[in-house]
Design a protein around this ligand. Structure first.
Ligand SMILES: [Zn+2]
Length: 356
C-alpha cells in the first residue's frame, strides 16, 4: 500500500524524528534559510532587489532550475565577510541538531569562496563556525568544499584551498557540482589527481542531468568514492553491475530530483529500482532550504512511496558505513543507533506498515 501523500501515522513521523540520522549530501549554502540570507544582505548592504523579507521569501521559493541558479547566485552575494560563514555554519549545526542528524558531510561552494576571500581569513572563519557549532549543538559535521563545474578556472585554487583546510582538520574531501552538460570530468582530471595524491577523499555529482557516461567519468577519471545523485546510472546495466561490485554508494536526494525534473512528478522515485539492483543508496536533502525540504521530509516522501521503516533505517546505517567519518565517530554513532534499535522503535514502526 502506498500512503496517502498527506497522511502518515503520527507514530511513524515521531520515529523518523527521533531516529539518529546520518546525511552525506547537503550543501551549506543550500541549507541556509531565506531569512538568514536576508539578514546578511541587510547587514552587508547588498541589494536583493526586493522591498521586504516576504518578497524575498517568495522569490527564494523554488520555481524551476534556471530560477534556482539565479536565487543561489544572488543569495550567496550576501556572504560578504568571512564572519558571515562563521554565522551560517553555526546556523547549519543548529538545523542539523534540531533534526537529530548526528553526523553530516556537507558541501561548501568553494569556487565562489576562493574568488572573494583571502584563504587564511576564510579558513579561520570556517574554523570558528565549526568550533562554535559543534560545541553548542554536539553534532558532527565534516565539510567538503566543491568545484562548480561552470567555473572551470577556479579548480586549482579550490584544490589548494582544500589541501590547506585539510591540513588544519577542517575539510575531509573534494567535491564537484554544477552543470554536468558541457563540463565533462576530463576538464578536471588534473585537479582531482592532485587531491588524490594528498590522500583526501573524493566525491562527485554525476548522473543527474547527464547519463551514465558522466558517472563513469566521475569514477574512472576523477576517482570519486561516492556519487552525488547518480540515479541515471540505471541507463547502463554494466554501470549498475560495477556500482554493486565495487560497493559504490549513491547519495540520493528525491525532492531535489523531482524539483529539477530529473524524475517526473507522477513517477515513483528510481531509488527503489537501484536498491533492487543491489546498489548501495543513502537518503539526503541536497539543498533543503531552497527545495523546502529536510532530511525527515525525504524519509516521509519515501514512506509515502511504500518504503517501510526498516528499509529506511538500513539506508541510514549504509550512510554511516560509507561515510568518511573516523573510527571513533563511527563507533560513537553506532552506539547511538544500537540504543535506538534496542528500544525496538524501528521494528514497532515496521509492524504498522502494510507491505507494498
Ligand atoms: Zn548536491
Amino acid at each position: 500500500m502506498i500512503f496517502d501523500r498527506n497522511h502518515l501515522p503520527l507514530k511513524l513521523v515521531e520515529q523518523v524524528k527521533y531516529m539518529p540520522k546520518i546525511e552525506l549530501h547537503v550543501h551549506l549554502e543550500g541549507a541556509t534559510q531565506a531569512e538568514v540570507f536576508y539578514e546578511l544582505a541587510q547587514k552587508n548592504k547588498i541589494d536583493f532587489g526586493v522591498s521586504s523579507l516576504e518578497e524575498w521569501q517568495s522569490f527564494f521559493a523554488f520555481k524551476d532550475f534556471g530560477h534556482f541558479l539565479r536565487v543561489y547566485t544572488l543569495a550567496i552575494t550576501a556572504l560578504k565577510e568571512p564572519e558571515d560563514y562563521t554565522f551560517i555554519i553555526t546556523e547549519f549545526y543548529r538545523q542539523q541538531a534540531e533534526q537529530n542528524i548526528v553526523y553530516s558531510e556537507a558541501f561548501i561552494s568553494a569556487s565562489f569562496i576562493i574568488q572573494k576571500f583571502e584563504t587564511y581569513a576564510i579558513l579561520k572563519a570556517i574554523e570558528k563556525g565549526i568550533k562554535q557549532g559543534s560545541e553548542k549543538y554536539g553534532v558532527k559535521i565534516n565539510f567538503i568544499p566543491d568545484i562548480s563545474r561552470e567555473l572551470v578556472n577556479t579548480q586549482m585554487a579550490v584544490v589548494d584551498f582544500v589541501i590547506e583546510g585539510n591540513k588544519r582538520g577542517l575539510f575531509i574531501g573534494l567535491g564537484i557540482g554544477g552543470p554536468e552538460s558541457g563540463f565533462p570530468p576530463e576538464l578536471f582530471a588534473k585537479a582531482f589527481e592532485k587531491v588524490r595524491k594528498a590522500e583526501i577523499h573524493i566525491v562527485a555529482h554525476a548522473g543527474e542531468t547527464e547519463g551514465a557516461k558522466s558517472v563513469w567519468g566521475a569514477l574512472k577519471i576523477l576517482g570519486a568514492e561516492r556519487i552525488g545523485h547518480g540515479i541515471r546510472s540505471l541507463e547502463d546495466p554494466e554501470l549498475i553491475q560495477y556500482l554493486v561490485k565495487k560497493q559504490i554508494t549513491l547519495e540520493v536526494s528525491p525532492t531535489s530530483n523531482y524539483a529539477l525534473g530529473i524524475v517526473k512528478s507522477d513517477e515513483i522515485h528510481p531509488i527503489r529500482k537501484l536498491l533492487e539492483a543491489g546498489v548501495n543508496c543513502t537518503i539526503n536533502s541536497d539543498d533543503p532550504a531552497m527545495f523546502s525540504t529536510s532530511l525527515s521530509k525525504e524519509y516521509f516522501l519515501l514512506l509515502k512511496q511504500g518504503f517501510n521503516c526498516f528499509e529506511l533505517y538500513q539506508m541510514n546505517i549504509n550512510a554511516l558505513k560509507s561515510s568518511f567519518a573516523d573510527k571513533e565517530t563511527k563507533s560513537k554513532i553506532s552506539l547511538l543507533l544500537n540504543t535506538f534499535e534496542r528500544n525496538r522503535t524501528v521494528f514497532e514502526a515496521k509492524d504498522q506498515l502494510i507491505p507494498r
